[in-house]
Design a protein around this ligand. Structure first.
Ligand code: PEP
Length: 264
């Protein structure tokens, strides 16, 4: 199997411009959960760039549990992301939800994100397997490690081996946190696969107060990076404000995180 360690014993690397995911550096992908406006995105993008992030995140097509919550700005959001890349130089990661939107999202994105709800959307996986852009595959919220790796297999089998995985918390009986962040997934993937693993502590906990410590824990456990939601004003966020950290919290986190990365 292409995703397995038997196929490739050494860790694979995913390259996006100058950014390498899967070497021994630790990648910070940060930005708003959802692109809401030019001002919100540009403020967040400038701040995360200044703080040391090397990839900008931001959702334009948003998978929402409720059909009544904000669904994202669509192509207008993608255009703002491209504008933020232009100004900051940060490559962009954004979600593609639908086979019919792959070409559109590819026009703007540097990394395609497959969300938790689509981990087993095999039609989508097959189609992103044909694309020449890196893909970050989030773990399904109830998926076993094996199912997650099989999902990655669909993409690689199609010809796209620039795949990284993202653990974003799984469903358990716990309700205090939004999900239960499974940091041991990093170790499990390391035992079974060569693919880089990113941790998403924002979706993983649903609580901004827990995000900085979980970023440091992700570095300590040997993850290849984190995906963090940062918002200039989380209280006013149209989506997922409770799990978004503020710009000052991000600025405080980065040197602490660097210290952990250097120590491991
Ligand atoms: C996201 O990162 O924007 C997102 C919707 O995450 P998930 O698919 O993990 O819920």
């Amino acid at each position: 199997r292409f995703a397995s360690k038997e196929f490739r014993p050494e860790k694979s690397q995913v390259k996006v411009g100058d950014v390498v995911i899967g070497d021994n550096s630790f990648v910070m992908m940060a930005g708003p959960c959802t692109v809401e406006s030019e001002e919100q995105l540009m403020t967040a993008a400038r701040a995360v760039k200044a703080g040391g992030a090397t990839v900008l995140r931001g959702g334009a097509f948003k998978p929402s549990t409720s059909p009544y919550s904000f669904q994202g700005m669509g192509e207008d959001g993608l255009k703002l992301l491209a504008q933020a890349r232009e100004e900051t130089g940060l490559p962009i990661i954004t979600e593609v939800m639908h086979v019919g939107n792959i070409d559109l999202v590819c026009k703007y994105a540097d990394i395609l994100q497959i969300g938790t709800r689509n981990m087993q959307n095999y039609d989508l996986l097959i189609e992103v397997g044909k694309v020449k852009k890196p893909v970050m595959l989030k773990r399904g919220m109830s998926a076993k490690i094996e199912e997650w790796l099989q999902a990655a297999e669909y993409i690689i089998k199609g010809g796209n081996d620039a795949v990284m995985l993202c653990e974003r918390g799984v469903r358990t009986s716990e309700t205090y946190t939004r999900n239960t962040l499974d940091l041991s997934a990093v170790l499990a993937v390391r035992e079974l696969s060569h693919l880089p693993v990113i941790i998403d502590p924002s979706q993983g906990t649903g609580r901004s107060s827990m995000v900085p410590a979980m970023c440091k824990a992700a570095a300590a456990v040997g993850a290849d990076g984190v995906l963090v939601e940062v918002h200039p004003n989380p209280e006013k966020a149209l989506k997922d404000g409770a799990q978004s950290i503020t710009i000052p919290a991000f600025e405080k986190l980065m040197p602490e995180l660097r210290a952990v990365v250097e120590a491991v």
